[in-house]
Design a protein around this ligand. Sequence first.
Ligand code: BMP
Length: 378
Amino acid sequence: MKAEREGRKKERKREMCFFDDEKFKKNLTFLSLSLSFHHRPQLPLFQLSYLLEVLTSKGLVDAATAEAVEEFISANQAFDPTAPGNEPKPPRAAPSSVSAAAPAAAAAAPAAPAPKPKKRLPFEERASLAQCPAGKALFELMARKRTNLAVAADVPSTDAVLALADAAGPHIAVFKTHVDAQDRWTEEDAAKLTALAQKHDFMVFEDRKFADIGNTVVSQYGSGPFKIADWSHLTNAHLLPGPGIIDGLKSVGKDKQRGLLLLAEMSSAGALTDEAYAAKVAAAAEANLDFVCGFISQRPLTWPVAPSPGLVHMTPGVQLAPGGDALGQQYNTPEKVVVQEGCDVIIVGRGIVKAADPGAAAKEYRQAGWAAYEQALK
Ligand code: BMP
């Protein structure tokens, strides 16, 4: 029996190896990445349909099962098929026409071009596709206030942070903090920032970049000196420790309606976040849409699979002119990151905080960011 099972396994493995067209490999990779993170199976179902079609064609799934799975897929679409990057793929041969000759045909077929979004969805529509309440609130806020600007409050004191929140507040969607870089962070300071967020209608994002095991991040996020989950609508994490970090943060933040951004790509020179890493991060996000609201991204249009449109892309390393600093930071313009690279929110620090009049600079970046967003919709 065991030998028979092993034989069948080997046979299947051999059959799968015949499918060496790039697209199929990409689908399989994404599927396995998704499965490895699937606490809830929210896979992009176009990928599943394709996989099913191939498995049916090889007789590895029978027709009745295939039909039942197809029905399940169409009844459980978590992906928006009309969303950028999720358009139906070019027609392929019907399963029944795939015969013993298929592997050769598949090998000979030219690799399908990477999907390029034709049209981006407006924030209003993406709000309705967001499953994480904080992500939904962010899309709604950006549409209502007509700004996709986040200011990075990298200023030397807590008083300066609060002054910046008041000056830039009218122009921003998100106020990004590094409270562990401040001279003081008390519950009273947090309450003052919360009041400014309400006054000016912005969300707060503590850029904590969690990177530890689930058990440790629970206390780093929920307690400790900063009690981040109590006042910050958004925070972020690296996926390096594996999905337990999401579970840990979610156990603290989900009931408070907080949202998590996963760092998929970084702006600094030599960052180790390549496309394959971004794909793993995207799969982890798809498996946690109730709490993960988006990504820290640089060029999401180059990712192997377009993430769900309900997920936001927030992008640091932005100034009005391209360039960099002496420590590896790299800057692109709002037009480049939003129109050409597919990002949604521009995160601007020194371009605003070092300006003689940060409020006026915020206004200028707001206009540039929004013009780029409107251009991207065309
Ligand atoms: P600035 O525009 O001054 O370079 O600031 C960028 C801000 O974004 C900083 O607060 C930094 O910590 C953050 N950031 C970044 O620059 N690159 C990343 O990949 C991720 C970040 O959070």
